[in-house]
Design a protein around this ligand. Sequence first.
Ligand code: C2E
Ligand code: MG
Ligand code: MG
Length: 565
Amino acid sequence: MNHKTELDKIYQKLKDIKFALDASSIVAITDNNGIVTYANEKFCEISQYSEAELIGSNHNIINSGFHPSSFFKDLWETIQDGNVWRGEIKNKAKDGTYYWVDTTIVPFLTPDGEVYQYISVRHDITTRKEHEAYIERMAYTDPVTKLPNRNHFRKWVENQPIQPQEVVAVLYLDLDRFKAINDNFGHDTGDAMLKTVANRLKECLTESDFISRQGGDEFIIILKNNLSEHAIQALATTILKQIRLPYQIDDKQMSTSASIGISRQAYVSKEWPSITFIESIMKQADTAMYHAKRNGGNQYCFNTEDQNILLERNYQIDLELKEALGRNEFTVVYQPIVNLKNNKIVGLEALLRWHNKKLGFVAPNEFIPILEENGMIVPVGKWILATVCSQMKVWQEQGILLQRICVNVSPMQFKDKKFIHDLQEILNESLLDASYLEIEITEGTILDIETSSRTINKLKELGVNVSIDDFGTGYSSLSYLKRLPIDTLKIDKSFIDDLDRDGEIIANTIISMGKNLNFRVIAEGIESEDQLNYLKKQKCHEGQGYYFSKPIGDGEITELFSQLG
Ligand code: C2E
Ligand code: MG
Ligand code: MG
């Protein structure tokens, strides 16, 4: 065959079908059996084979093995049918390196329609492909730990073949008190620690396990291969041990621990997309992690049916709470606070109640944490303050004289930027003198002493009283409280309960130290005469509890005072 004339013919044909060739085009011609009959200089250059090596060889010597067989099946079908095929192919050069080419393959037909040869025209797109791969890697890699990130996790799960009945386990790991590391040592140190944690985790795992960083200090590990509960326990124990080892970062040595929630489930149905299946186990593992954390951290916890029920109930509560204010489902009840010297009611504590059509009566200890989580505590808290202040004003106008009305304020509400502004507005509108209002906060609220003392000072400027509720259950000490302009300490009910069990030492200490620091001291949850007598002996100022009265509605309070005259 005279190459020159044949080529001219081909070039002419390519021109006819408006197929552009330029100096960078990599051109080859193969016969119908895939044997190379022509390769231009560019082809030789990129493939690193000489012309002599190529001519007569099968075109597949540059196959990389990267593409699945279906890819070539589609290619062959297209060109055998006499159609032009276009696509991107990864090829292998003689030295084993790979290159990417943007490829067009044009079949040539005999006058009676038989394909007799193919011409392929390629352009080198290796650099572009490398960039794309880099960007893809970046999009799927956590920059700090170099572990797969959340996107990667999703993609991985979506592409996971899971067999029916296959057991999959998810370990949801969260470092304990990691925020303190960041706050105390800075983010660079925090990042360095995360990196070490990631490396230690990787060392605990095998090739087939998947691990990703979900963000913050959360990691997810997915274990396939039908692992037994026992094997997972052993792995979790190893991980906890590894995480507990000291961390040397720059010149500092530090330590941390982790909480791990575990869920292990069998995949039931093929119809169930694997992502939905894994997401559901992940949620269970997350719930279990929360339990591990609540039990003090540095432990693993398997998901249980009880936890799932609780999760479902909390979800229902959350849904209903979002509508509760609008549906007028909240009410306020009041519990008398009694002066222990003369048994007179000196104040009331306002307590929130919620009655929902579907869920019935839900206890504050159950729904208030959820109001905190979903942020509803801010509007609800505002509603309580407004309701209580105007009720107190009504009572004052009826001649019911009380020294104080106490309202619980949750940490989130207290830290809300508009808290003081809103409170001022409520006081103005209700015309209640601020000195009749007492705000109850817990020790948890004042842990951040800088910010909390600013708000407490503003409250004092307004003339509002401040008390520390459930005192003794949190982290603050009395000397710590000395630095804050607080009026009242409410001793937690648990210490009053202990009075019956010879546990009076703590209660005594709190009462006497509180009095020394000039706080008003209130005992909460007095239920028996013995408790009352004991507290009277200790000269505790005030008390509150079922012994005197349960929390009651505003109507009953009005009635109570009218009876008292
Ligand atoms: P708390 O502020 O310490 O309120 C005292 C709790 O102890 C109330 O429970 C009260 O009914 C209960 N109690 C009082 N005396 C006795 C007694 O002699 N025996 C027993 N067993 N219990 C007694 P409640 O109303 O269920 O409230 C629980 C917690 O929910 C409150 O504890 C408070 O932390 C929170 N809470 C209640 N209302 C509000 C509110 O309006 N806003 C906020 N942020 N939290 C609230
Ligand atoms: Mg309280
Ligand atoms: Mg309390």
